[in-house]
Structure formats: structure tokens, C-alpha cells
Unconditional design. Structure first.
Lengths: 70, 203
């Protein structure tokens, strides 16, 4: 049985090619690997980054000009 | 190489900031504001609160620059400040018994004008919302590891530097976050992945 840790290491690309091939030969481990890869992929695609509002930098710099560090 | 250049460039900027050059600091705000805002948003789940936290993080970082020893990267240090603010904010919110907003609800205002990236047409609004909700339900430390690793694309050693635990501890937190999310989202995620693979194959 493939340790869960190895499945996660394979998701992160931290498992050697040989060990990844061995893991993928185990149907249950392969299914878990695919499931976790799908999750990581979907999370990246689903959570779209937002941009700071237009006045963001000005607000920070104005605050610093108003009260400079001692 | 690029990282080295960026670090030496930052050392110069920080030197100017230490002499009180606020304009120079603007370059660091430009460089990191989106990353810090997105981390804060995923940690506190509210766009306006996240903006306040991100601004506060930049202000505190500038005022604390004299104490920044340069042993860590400026970006790691800035992330630490922002995450500490997020933690304090969530503690305050928990004490007040306030509701935990879901990030998706609070993004409504940003869709029209604040330059959110175009949505991936393959991602349904439902999956996007569910994913945000489920990430926001993760225990704090798992959420932190997942957001920095998977949404910010950091290496484990970088997350370890920010969170001040070992890279192995970060790994375990990220693994547990993935297991929890997988358990809650498997059908929707599998459908998305299958459709994406089919579409890519058809190209």
C-alpha cells in the first residue's frame, strides 16, 4: 500500500520519477494522486486573484507622509 | 539570478526608505500589494477588511524597517506582518461573535471596476464560490499553508520562512488542507478536471 505522504509528495513533484511510476502502478494510489492534483489545479483556477483598488498605494504613502516614522 | 537582482534592488530601496524616502517605498507597494491583498482576502474572507489589513501591513512594515535585519527577504517579512494582522483580526472578530463572511460575497463590488482577472470560462460560479467557502472553513494553520503554497505558488521553504515553522510542518499542514478539501469537493473538482482535460485534448 502506498503511504499517503508519498501521494502528496507526488502531487508536489517531490517524489522521484521512479517512485512516481511505482505509485501510479497502484490503481488506488493513482486515483488519489489524480484527485489531489485535480483539487490543486481547480483551486488555482477557481480562486481568481483580485487587484488592489486604484487608490491603494496613494493611501499608504499619504498615511506615511502624514505620520513619518520616529 | 532574477531573485538576486530583485533582492539587491530591494536592499537599495530599503536603504532609501530608511532615510525617510516615502516615494521609494511606493515601488515596494507596487510590487507586493496584490499578493498581500490576496493573502489577506483568503485569510479573512472580506474584501474591505482585507484592503485595510494590507494597507496596515505596508504602513507597519515601513515604520518597522529599522528593525528589519535583512536576514529574511523583505517579501517574507511583509507576509509575516500581514498574517499576524489577519490572525489578530480574526481573533477580534471571534470575540465579537461576528459572522464569518465568505470571500465570494464580498467580491461583488470588485468585479466591475477594480481589475479582477477575467474568470476562467470553464470554472462555474458555483465551483468558484464553493472553493472559496471551503478554503475559508479550513482551520487557520491549514488555510495559511494552503493559500501560500497553492494560491500564491510559494515553495515550502518560503512558506516555512514566513510562518516560522519547519518546511516539514508546512508540508503536513498543506497535506491536511488538501485532504479536507478533497473530501468536501471531490465530485465538483473531478467534473471540472475531466472537462478541462477533454477541452485541452480537443485543441
Amino acid at each position: 500500500m502506498t503511504p499517503r505522504r508519498d501521494v502528496h509528495r507526488a502531487v508536489d513533484g517531490e517524489l522521484s520519477k521512479r517512485d512516481t511510476r511505482r505509485l501510479e502502478a497502484d490503481p488506488q494510489a493513482k486515483a488519489e494522486l489524480d484527485g489531489l492534483k485535480a483539487l490543486a489545479d481547480a483551486a488555482r483556477d477557481a480562486v481568481r486573484p483580485v487587484e488592489p483598488p486604484s487608490g491603494f498605494k496613494k493611501k499608504v504613502l499619504d498615511e506615511l507622509r502624514k505620520r513619518p516614522p520616529k | 539570478m532574477v531573485v538576486k537582482q530583485s533582492m539587491s534592488d530591494e536592499t537599495g530601496i530599503i536603504g532609501r526608505c530608511l532615510k525617510g524616502d516615502v516615494e521609494a517605498y511606493g515601488r515596494l507597494v507596487d510590487r507586493y500589494s496584490a499578493r498581500i491583498l490576496n493573502v489577506a482576502l483568503m485569510m479573512v474572507g472580506d474584501r474591505h477588511e482585507a484592503e485595510d489589513i494590507a494597507q496596515d501591513a505596508f504602513i507597519r512594515a515601513f515604520r518597522g524597517l529599522a528593525g528589519f535585519r535583512g536576514r529574511a527577504r523583505f517579501s517574507s517579512w511583509l507576509h509575516q506582518i500581514a498574517l499576524n494582522l489577519c490572525r489578530d483580526h480574526l481573533k477580534k472578530r471571534a470575540r465579537g461573535g461576528g459572522p464569518v463572511p465568505m470571500a465570494e460575497e464580498t467580491l461583488e463590488g470588485s468585479r466591475d471596476g477594480d481589475g479582477e482577472a477575467s474568470p476562467d470560462p470553464m470554472i462555474s460560479a458555483e465551483l468558484s464560490e464553493t472553493m472559496r467557502e471551503e478554503i475559508s472553513r479550513l482551520p487557520y494553520l491549514y488555510r495559511e499553508a494552503f493559500v501560500l503554497r497553492h494560491l500564491q505558488g510559494m515553495e515550502y521553504f518560503e512558506v516555512a520562512a514566513i510562518t516560522k515553522v519547519s518546511a516539514d510542518t508546512v508540508r503536513v499542514r498543506a497535506y491536511r488542507a488538501r485532504e479536507l478539501l478533497r473530501g468536501r469537493l471531490a465530485p465538483a473538482v473531478d467534473t471540472y478536471w475531466r472537462e478541462k482535460a477533454q477541452k485541452e485534448h480537443a485543441r
